[in-house]
Design a protein around this ligand. Structure first.
Ligand SMILES: NC(=O)c1ccc[n+]([C@@H]2O[C@H](COP(=O)([O-])OP(=O)(O)OC[C@H]3O[C@@H](n4cnc5c(N)ncnc54)[C@H](O)[C@@H]3O)[C@@H](O)[C@H]2O)c1
Length: 430
């Protein structure tokens, strides 16, 4: 059993805290947002993440998991402090480290003995050194090691990903500190790699940039497929069967979004520029992705002519299924483009509507997919929630004023949709 403080009760911090407690550790979560702490003390999870509530509840009741706003309550006596605060983009594209620095300073000011800081936030190369410097400025008494331990979990399957990781990456200057962190993960029986700090920090950026590159790659292939009458979904399937390629992250669609890929690719590119290297491939990945968001709007224009006065229904708003995260969701740009072209927009998402309302107050939020289609001139599939795959398509068709479906996620079979009387457009297939 180790005594752990986790700083930041977001997707990564709360998952880390709940899982570390579940592995038998004594965990305190430090969160600046007092409302969030109050909710968590009542076992309310401030965002949608399947299964997380049960694990939080179980461990809080067992006395292994606590929540506080106070570093003074949680840092003295802790052996490890996991930093899992946000690293949003700053205006120049690089990661804004102010939350990380504030957390490090607060840890340093409240030390009562030696401690290992474990950085889980996604950060530019060199951040461990920045954190060490901050700590040294605020504490000269105790030995503090800073270890990089990037997180690879995905929203929507965060618990599963944390408990069954493909690998644990640890970056440290001190072998002893790295091994102590590795020990925390020993019950997971996952491969552990220990690198120097810069290499570990880079593994995270490079992994996200690579996945984003796959998505932009297949979206570029999709654009070519549309012109030569090939089916990009099947092309991706055929490619993915090659074990050297694999099938994941090879779905043509409306491009990547979310709180990680857009900011991390941009941050890696901006960092490269600062070091005097122009990252041409990363730039192309971002350019393709930006255009991809609006391709579905162009397809709607092709089907409907002008969008002025047309009613468009959006199915899905979250950046991917099984989350309510709306950060950098392509739906935001798509909805704004539809509104700017004079369309009226109604929308439905199984869990993200509450968050969407603050970002997109102009939309008319409906209670399900059929209510979204009622009287619509077109329906746009934005997020591939399973419930949209199972729709009664006859009923959907009957509800609509004009039977136009632009399927930004290729969840429907084009031939079937045409048989049912829809004017149907997918991505990368005619
Ligand atoms: N969300 C993901 O899927 C994911 C996956 C892997 C890595 N990451 C990375 O992990 C980091 C955290 O991401 P997230 O999505 O969990 O963020 P988040 O925005 O959901 O949560 C961050 C939390 O930290 C709190 N916070 C900010 N400053 C604080 C401080 N000084 N002290 C205490 N609490 C503070 C915020 O109030 C917030 O609740 C980011 O660097 C992100 O890039 C995220």
């Amino acid at each position: 059993m180790s005594r752990i403080s986790v700083i930041g009760a977001g997707y990564v911090g709360l998952t880390t805290a709940a899982c570390m407690a579940d592995l038998g550790n004594d965990v305190s979560v430090i969160e600046v947002d007092a409302d969030r702490v109050r909710a968590l003390r009542r076992h309310r999870i401030p965002f949608f993440e399947p299964g997380l509530k049960e694990v939080v509840q179980r461990n809080a009741r067992a006395g292994r998991l606590r929540f506080t706003c106070s570093y003074h309550d949680a840092i003295p006596g802790a052996e490890f402090a996991f930093i899992a605060v946000g690293t949003p983009p700053s205006p120049n594209g690089e990661a804004d480290l102010s939350q990380v620095e504030a957390a490090a300073a607060a840890v340093a000011r409240n030390l009562s003995g030696p401690l290992v800081i474990v950085n889980k936030s996604t950060v530019p190369i060199g951040t461990a050194r920045v954190v060490s410097d901050v700590v040294r400025r605020h504490n000269q008494h105790f030995c503090v090691e800073v270890v990089s331990n990037p997180e690879f979990l995905r929203e929507g399957s965060a618990l599963q990903d944390f408990m069954h990781p493909d690998r644990i990456v640890i970056g440290a200057d001190s072998r002893e500190a790295a091994e102590r962190v590795a020990e925390l993960y020993a019950p997971l029986q996952a491969p552990v790699v220990i690198y120097n700090v810069a290499t570990a920090e880079m593994v995270k950026y490079a992994s996200n940039a690579f996945l984003a590159t796959r998505i932009s790659f297949v979206n570029e292939i999709a654009r070519i497929c549309e012109r030569v009458d090939a089916d990009a979904k099947l092309v991706a399937e055929g490619m993915g069967l090659d074990r050297r390629i694999g099938a994941q992250f090879l779905e043509p669609g409306i491009g990547y979004g979310g709180s990680c890929f857009p900011k991390d690719v941009q941050a890696l590119a901006a960092m490269a520029e600062r070091y005097g290297y122009h990252p041409e491939l990363l730039q192309a990945v971002m350019d393709i992705n930006r255009d991809q968001h609006l391709l579905v709007v162009e397809k709607l224009v092709q089907c409907l002519g002008s969008l002025r006065g047309q009613a468009v229904g959006m199915l899905g708003l979250a950046f991917k299924p099984n989350t309510d995260d709306m950060r950098e969701a392509p739906s935001i740009e798509i909805a704004r483009a539809l509104l700017a072209r004079g369309a009226s927009v109604r929308a439905y998402d199984p869990v993200a509507m509450e968050r969407a309302r603050t970002l997109l107050p102009e939309l008319d939020y409906r209670r399900d997919a059929y209510a979204t289609a009622r009287g619509a001139d077109a329906v746009l599939v934005v997020t591939e929630w399973n419930e949209f795959r199972q729709l009664d398509l006859h009923r959907l068709r009957r509800a609509m004023r004009r039977p136009v479906v632009v399927d930004g996620r290729n969840i429907y079979d084009p031939a079937l949709m045409r048989r049912l009387g829809f004017v149907y457009r997918g991505v990368g297939r005619n």
